[in-house]
Structures are given as structure tokens and as C-alpha cells.
Design a protein around this ligand. Structure first.
Ligand SMILES: Nc1ncnc2c1ncn2[C@@H]1O[C@H](COP(=O)(O)OP(=O)(O)OP(=O)(O)O)[C@@H](O)[C@H]1O
Ligand SMILES: [Mg+2]
Length: 500
């Protein structure tokens, strides 16, 4: 391409991991001042390609050129010097530090005695966030932030380094619609300043809202790059998945049975207030609401992670006395959390260990761990959930984001739970596989399980639920049978101004 706006060329990139040819001879081009979407199924190699660009991974072969000159990227620091910053999919913030410390990590402002000037540090951090239209207490510890807030801190961190290329790996998986609009605005502003953005996403609508061009990857290779204006959603899906998508949601013929979980005026201040509802066997109960409405907090109370301050929880008609996760699990509750890195998976343990850890009993015979049985169980789940991994002994943090999500779900399926709380079930799952997740959930309820499904995606709520609850500022503000629910009605309850 003899295009003077050409900023970056990656040529013939190959990256291998043990048992995986993750990136196969990929050429990638980026123009100055464009937003370039990068899409493909889970495990297609998107994050790996970008980590090569950001100096996180050294490729086995390939070249990187900027403005027609080859550069050597062999560490995140050299990438940054070349103006390349990446906001990673699995967040890498230092938990024990404050927001301000994280943003300026490695280059704290010093006073004339050579000591860190904390006041200036905080002022600069406030300023950096203000540029992104974010107000946040910069003295808060990162460990106390929500996933969304962490993502915003990461973005601020990339932008203050004056990067020319900013790589965003699935930001929309963790941001609220409001925060996302904020982010779009920031990215468009940066584009107008000539910054180029590479934007990985599984939400195809975003591509059409935001991007100028799109590159599609499949099985480690690049399929094609296209001008967004000259393509459409169907074409992209077809190139990405290799087939057309079927019907999105399975039809349900399950019978709704007796109550299995009942909440009576459950309170845990400030984010769970007086919540009452009943979940039945064979039912999927959707829990809608804006992020921060208290849905995950409610899940934490039910699972015994957070204290029950008032009200009553009944499991199969029996009042829960001493609430703890152990107790909840013993009573057949499974909890697929939204934050797989912090509360879902043990990153440095293997796929097999993660799947069986919550139910070792199953693989034990006469008190001894039966390894053969363990491998069989895991092999079966890997097949059922189509987890892409070279072996079941792979370390979980080496899997692609979407495949980690599959491991998390298999872990709970393996406990033979009867009552599932699933928080954002398809976050990070590619469009082709979402369908499989829906069929899987459908199978679970058809076999007598009950699911409380928290989701921020209204089509998913409407497509999967038998009944729908809406939460807003800790209160239940709506309940609908699926036959009467609409997006508008749900949003009205979710966004309603609450009396203080
Ligand atoms: N550090 C690693 N060690 C070993 N294998 C890895 C490592 N990182 C990625 N892989 C493997 O490389 C392949 C590509 O993974 P990658 O994370 O790039 O996919 P992705 O396109 O970003 O998928 P997703 O949409 O699920 O995030 C996968 O098979 C993954 O398991
Ligand atoms: Mg990825």
C-alpha cells in the first residue's frame, strides 16, 4: 500500500505457544487517525497479535514498521517509547496501590528533595481523569474499584503516556452504556488528534458505531480487512464464524416447578434493599438493571459472600441460618461470577484443577483422588463447552478470554448444582458461541435446574428469561412475565429516578 496515511505495518507475524500456533503469518495495517476494529472468535489470536505489537509477547518471526521504518519492539517499555499502549483484556492494575499511583506508576512526580510529591501526583491524576470526563477519588485503592472503574483507570494510564497507537482489548465487556459513551467520545477526540485506535470487540454493533475499518481473524490467521462503510453485520459474522448464524435463542418447553429459592425482604445495605422474589425449578429468572444497580451485590448476599442484614433466604423451603459460600454450595447453589479473574478462577492453576476444585468428591474413590476419573470428567466438559486448550493441564491464564469464561461455567456445571446464579453469562463470548451458551443454559433448566441470570444485555434477558426482575439502586423496581416484557418497560424500571 502506498498510502501516506499508513502509520503501522505488521508483516508476517508468527507467534507460537506450546501446542498452539496462535498467530499465523499475519499482516496488519493501521492508518493514522483511524479507529480500527479487530474481530474474530474466541481464541482467534486477537489479543496475542496485539500483545506482540505492545511488546508483551516476542513473536517467532515478523516485522513491525512505523511510518515506513522498521522498529524493534521487545518489551512493553520499547513499545511505549514507540508510542504504542495497550489496555489489556485481563486487567493488570496493581491492586494494593491507589488510583493515582497506578496512573503514574513508574514516573511519579518528585519534589526538590527527590521524594515523591504526593500532592502533585494526586492533582495530576485528577487532571488525567478529568480529560476523560471522569471524576473519581484518586486516593481509593484499586482493589476497591469495580471492574468498570479499573478499565477507566487503565485507559487514563494509556492516554497520559501520549500514545500514538492505543490498543483496547474488549473494553465494552466491562463498561456501562454511560461509561461506554464517554469512552467513544474520548476515542473520537483522540482520533481527531491523529491518534489511531485498535479496538477489539465481540459486539458487532460497536464496529458500525465507532470504527472506520475492521480486520477479521480466524484460527490464528487474518481473513481480510474491510472498510466499515462497505460491509455489514452479516458479512462480518460469516467471515468470522464461517457460517451464518442460526436462531439466536432456543425455544423453551420446560415446565416450571416448585420454588427452590425464595427471598423475603432481603437487605444488605446500601446496595440491597428489601428484595423479595421466588425462583422455581425449571425456570430462568432474568435480573436486569444498570451496572451498579445492586444485582451482583444481591448475588453475593444469596451466596453468603456478603452478610444478610435483614430478611430471610429460603432454599427449598428451608431458611438459611448461617450463610456462607460453603453452606450455599452444600445446598446446591452455584455462582458463576462476573469477574472471572478476581473471584472466579485460579489463574495459575490448570484447566483441570479449576474445573474439579469445587467438587473433588466426584473424582474420589474410597477417599483417594482418582486421577483417571478426574481427567474423564474434565475431558467431557472441555468437549461439551468447546473449550479451546491444547490440554487440560494448560494454565488457565494462558487461555483466551472467552475460553476462560467457558472454564468458569464448566466448573459450576461440574458441581451438579441445582440453583445457578449466573452473572453476565456471555461476557467475552464470541457471537457464534453465544448460541451454544444459551442452549447449555436451556439444557440445565430442562434437567430441573433453576437459573437466576444477571445480564446487562436486554436482548439476552428477553430471549432467555421466563420471568424478568428489574433492579434499581438496590430495590426491585419491576417484575414482568416474559409475555408482557419489552425493552422499553424494562429500561423504564431500570433507569427510573429513585426517591432518596
Ligand atoms: N500465554 C499463553 N500461553 C499459551 N497459550 C496462549 C497464551 N496466550 C494465548 N494463548 C493461546 O493462543 C490462542 C489465541 O489466544 P488469544 O488470547 O489471542 O485469542 P483471542 O482472539 O483474543 O480470543 P478471545 O476473544 O477469547 O479473547 C488461544 O488458543 C490461546 O489459548
Ligand atoms: Mg482476547
Amino acid at each position: 500500500m502506498t498510502d501516506e496515511t499508513l502509520l503501522l505495518e505488521m508483516k508476517g507475524i508468527n507467534k507460537f505457544f506450546p501446542g498452539v500456533h496462535a498467530v499465523q503469518n499475519v499482516d496488519f495495517e493501521l492508518r493514522e487517525g483511524e479507529i480500527h476494529a479487530l474481530v474474530g472468535e474466541n481464541g482467534a489470536g486477537k489479543s496475542t497479535l496485539m500483545k506482540v505489537l505492545a511488546g508483551v509477547h516476542l513473536p517467532e518471526s515478523g516485522e513491525i514498521w512505523i511510518h515506513g521504518a522498521q522498529i524493534n519492539v521487545d518489551s512493553p517499555a520499547t513499545a511505549l517509547n514507540a508510542g504504542i499502549a495497550m489496555v489489556q483484556q485481563e486487567l493488570k492494575l496493581a491492586n494494593a496501590l491507589t488510583v493515582a499511583e497506578n496512573i503514574f506508576l513508574g514516573h511519579y512526580p518528585k519534589n526538590r528533595y527527590g521524594l515523591v510529591d504526593w500532592k502533585i501526583l494526586e492533582q495530576n491524576a485528577v487532571g488525567a481523569l478529568a480529560n476523560l470526563n471522569i471524576t473519581m477519588d484518586v486516593k481509593r485503592l484499586v482493589s476497591n474499584l469495580s471492574v468498570a472503574e479499573m478499565q477507566l483507570v487503565e485507559i487514563a494510564k494509556a492516554l497520559i503516556k501520549d500514545a500514538k497507537i492505543i490498543i483496547m482489548d474488549e473494553p465494552s465487556a466491562v463498561l456501562t452504556p454511560h461509561e461506554l459513551n464517554q469512552l467513544y467520545k474520548t476515542l473520537r477526540e483522540q482520533r481527531a488528534r491523529g491518534v489511531s485506535i485498535i479496538y477489539i470487540s465481540h459486539r458487532l454493533e460497536e464496529i458500525f458505531e465507532l470504527a472506520d475499518r475492521v480486520t477479521i481473524m480466524k484460527d490464528g490467521s487474518k481473513v481480510i480487512d474491510l472498510d466499515v462503510a462497505s460491509t455489514n453485520k452479516f458479512e462480518i459474522v460469516k467471515l468470522m464464524v464461517g457460517r451464518e448464524l442460526g436462531k439466536n435463542y432456543p425455544s423453551r418447553t420446560n415446565k416450571v416447578g416448585e420454588p427452590v429459592l425464595e427471598l423475603r425482604n432481603v437487605t444488605s445495605k446500601p446496595r440491597v434493599q428489601n428484595v423479595s422474589f421466588t425462583l422455581h425449578r425449571g425456570e430462568i429468572l432474568g435480573l436486569a438493571g444498570l451496572i451498579g444497580a445492586g444485582r451482583s451485590d444481591l448475588a453475593n448476599v444469596i451466596f453468603g459472600v456478603d452478610p444478610l442484614e435483614g430478611g430471610e433466604i429460603l432454599i427449598r423451603g428451608e431458611t438459611v441460618k448461617t450463610a456462607s459460600p460453603q453452606d450455599a454450595m452444600r445446598k446446591g447453589l452455584g455462582y458463576v461470577t462476573e469477574d472471572r479473574r478476581r473471584t472466579g478462577l485460579f489463574g495459575i492453576m490448570t484447566v483441570r484443577e479449576n474445573i474439579t476444585i469445587t467438587n473433588l468428591k466426584k473424582c474420589t474413590r474410597a477417599g483417594f483422588l482418582n486421577l483417571k476419573r478426574e481427567y474423564e470428567i474434565v475431558k467431557d466438559l472441555i468437549k461439551r463447552l468447546r473449550i479451546v486448550t491444547p490440554t487440560s493441564d494448560q494454565i488457565v491464564q494462558n487461555l483466551s478470554g472467552g475460553n476462560q469464561q467457558r472454564v468458569l461455567l464448566s466448573k459450576w456445571i461440574n458441581t451438579d448444582s441445582e440453583i445457578f446464579i449466573i452473572d453476565e453469562p456471555t461476557r467475552g463470548i464470541d457471537v457464534g458461541s453465544k448460541e451454544e451458551f444459551y442452549f447449555l443454559m436451556n439444557d440445565l433448566v430442562a434437567n430441573g435446574a433453576a437459573i437466576l441470570m444477571i445480564s446487562s444485555e436486554l436482548p439476552e434477558i428477553l430471549g432467555m428469561s421466563d420471568r424478568i426482575l428489574v433492579m434499581n439502586h438496590g430495590y426491585l423496581t419491576g417484575e414482568f412475565d416474559i409475555s408482557e416484557a419489552t425493552e422499553v418497560k424494562i429500561m423504564e424500571c431500570a433507569a427510573l429516578e429513585m426517591k432518596k
